[in-house]
Ligand binder design. Sequence first.
Ligand SMILES: Cc1ncc(COP(=O)(O)O)c(C=O)c1O
Length: 411
Amino acid sequence: MVVLKAASPPTVPSVNKINNGYPCSNGTIKPLITPSPSSFINLDQGDPEVFRSYWRKKSEECTVVINGEDLMSYLSDTSNVCWFMLPELREAIQRLHRVVGNASVGMDKHIVVGTGSTQLFQAALFALSPSDSPNPINVVAASPYYSEYQEEVEILRSGLYRWGGDAREYDKNEAYIEVVTAPNNPCGSIRRAVANCEGEGKVIHDFAYYWPQYTPITQQYDHDLMLFTFSKCTGHAGSRIGWAIVKDIEVAKKMTRFIQMNSIGVSKESQIRVAKIIGVICDSYQEIGSSLDPDELFFEYSRRKLRERWEKLRAVVDKSNLFYLAKYPKAYCTFTNHTSESYPAFAWMKCKGSIEDCESYLRNLKVLVRGGKRFGVDQKYARISLLSSDDVFNEFLTRISNATRNIGNRS
Ligand SMILES: Cc1ncc(COP(=O)(O)O)c(C=O)c1O
């Protein structure tokens, strides 16, 4: 029997009892590495640690029991286009989108599950590329674009598709695929397709961050091909579950075929765990609703958490006078019924004045971040993850504050 929990198994002490570590599934305690002033802190990756304390509290509720004979078959539901997707996951995904109101999941839509939306992005490229063209189709995205797209497009040197660069500069009279990320990684802005050329364009909408903790939900999207990931929705990146909502059944079939060739499906252990956790979220909104302490509701908790980080960051950055930080317009959120700001998962910072290379500047402060070049823009910019643990985030603030003081002393 395998017992899967959101955070810790019952046999090991909870993290509340041990201040310097958290329990691992193998029963050992993984030490929490509290950053010392002399150590590097990593804010390069968007590893979502920020919501861990919420899921620690929900540990028991999120437990899934898997017996020895369970989930053995490759197959899940052969009546569905995506035959390896468990029906309970499909229903949970539909329920979640109905609760949040961020995407349309009616009967006319096909859901394809993937090992993270990374696999689905590649499945989508495969499905949208013409199979009979002598030349690869161009894949474009408006800069600054998510740094991994270019590498994912180029890694196989595919004969089907190739990287075509910045969507705003694309002027070829040839078919293309545009990737639109909304809210955008790295800069948090809400985006639409921008390529403006004669060629026929298909669009992949990457909605990894279109969840209420990051941005107001302003409409229920209904695009041809939309990607979502559990990694950024709840922070359970390790389960490696993403899903695509697809209008055209032929595209859904081709994506399913790609995943079959790539990994013959998607881990069912992960699928049932994700279905369970989605159920816990939706139950809290639908059954108990507003009688709960807001911090018991996942999107309320996670939005507050990110809002606090943004407020602290803005205060420190304003004082430092070293960086520019984008401001986001307020918008009415149909999920919360309030007007609010965006609290993106990443801070997109631009160095002021004579600092030419933001990544190197922060590296001197022992802060690892991702420089603008990886996103198709200049190195005055850098992306800083706001999804780290509290310790790492607070240490980052301290270092930025100290840098301010050093500069102040020099002038
Ligand atoms: C915009 C965007 N799309 C896709 C992904 C990949 O997500 P997954 O963990 O589902 O592969 C990420 C992860 O950081 C992302 O930022």
